[in-house]
Write a protein that binds this ligand. Structure first.
Ligand code: SAM
Length: 346
């Protein structure tokens, strides 16, 4: 065996072993952290990505939001609970598809970044006859590095296509049978990046049994006490008071949205809450109105509030700044170059 082949085998073996640590149901934070650090160091080595290089820091602006610069997309790996729980959900979803007798399992990964972080653990577990991946990434620099990762790991056979495309617009060639769609192109509260337009575009093109990862992104409107300490066991109760569910962004919602869009006049706006009385719920130490995010990656794999950069609260407004007569709030989500919430108080 050539030296290069031995090295590639070693890398894949290391990824396989560290994945086993991430799949352990008993969460040991230090073991998880060191597994993720090892994963990151393997990926930096095989991609030859220099995180200090300035050109990898530029985000790309699109009509529907930003695409992260290569370095920032690479660094998502260090968001420990995000990376762990996405990988766990994806491995479980792959097992479900495998059990249904599908071979190969065909995955569409929209927004892979330079590392394809969320699917490489599957490559360490399946052969290329069992697993085929289509990559859709819009940042050309990230694609260049991903190609190095793929060739230096010797895993070209797993990649059916690498498309430099905007996943919020791309039309799949039919019949393109996808078993699992993965996209983690989001920030807390679904602001700035393109998770929503990407999912709205791609999910409607999939067959109904295809698994969508994440399965659901759940947003809630809450008061926050910004001075409350994050005491682990009881933190949510002290820090937040949930007022209302804001948005369950999942396949049901996407189907509903797509059916409404046929008649809608403004397809870039989504009404979330109309005239909710916030004034009479106000109490005590709560000083901010926030959007809380939690993510159901797949089945019982969740990323809970405050456990990842994706699930920290998004502050909507300072309650102290509310004028005297203002009582009710209406909130909509707007999809444009800077996806965000807009609210009106009256
Ligand atoms: C938050 S990073 C996550 C990277 C990787 N999936 C991970 O989990 O570590 C999102 C990636 O999606 C890409 N992206 C954003 N919008 C996109 C779009 N409309 N089409 C394709 N890729 C997109 C970005 O360039 C970036 O590489």
């Amino acid at each position: 065996m050539k030296v290069k082949d031995v090295k590639q085998k070693e890398y894949l073996q290391r990824i396989k072993l560290l994945t086993m640590k991430l799949l352990d149901d008993k969460l040991d934070f230090l073991i998880t952290k060191s597994a993720i650090e090892e994963y990151k160091s393997i990926l930096l080595e095989v991609s030859q990505l220099d995180l200090n290089c300035k050109s990898g820091q530029d985000d790309i602006q699109f009509e529907n939001g930003i695409a992260l610069g290569t370095n920032w997309a690479a660094l998502c790996i260090s968001d420990i609970m995000r990376t762990r729980n996405f990988i766990r959900g994806i491995v479980k979803a792959a097992k479900k598809i495998e059990k249904a007798g599908k071979r190969p399992i065909r995955i569409l990964y929209a927004g892979s970044g330079p590392f394809a972080t969320l699917v490489l653990p599957l490559i360490a577990q399946y052969s290329s006859e069992e697993l085929q991946i289509i990559i859709m990434e819009t940042n050309p620099k990230s694609i260049q590095y991903l190609q190095l990762v793929i060739s230096n790991l010797g895993i070209e056979n797993y990649f059916e296509k690498i498309l430099k495309e905007d996943a919020s617009k791309y039309k799949l060639k039919s019949p393109e049978k996808i078993d699992m769609l993965i996209s983690e192109t989001m920030q807390h509260g679904l602001v700035k990046e393109q998770q929503v337009p990407i999912m709205l575009n791609l999910v409607r093109q999939l067959e109904s049994e295809a698994i969508v990862i994440p399965e659901r992104i759940s947003l809630e409107l809450a008061f926050m006490n910004s001075r409350a300490q994050l005491i682990f066991e009881n933190r949510s109760k002290e820090k937040y008071k949930v007022l209302s569910s804001l948005w369950n962004f999942d396949r049901n919602y996407i189907d509903h949205f797509n059916s409404l869009q046929k008649e809608a006049s403004n397809e870039n706006e989504i009404e979330l809450i109309e005239n909710l009385d916030v004034r009479s719920e106000m109490e005590g130490a709560y000083d901010k109105l926030v959007v809380l995010t939690s993510i159901q990656v797949y089945k019982d794999e969740w990323i809970d509030i405050d456990s990842s950069s994706l699930t920290i609260p998004k502050v909507l407004l300072d309650l102290e700044g509310m004028k005297e007569g203002e009582k009710e709030i209406s909130i909509k989500y707007t999809m444009n170059g800077n996806p965000n919430f807009e609210y009106e108080l009256k």
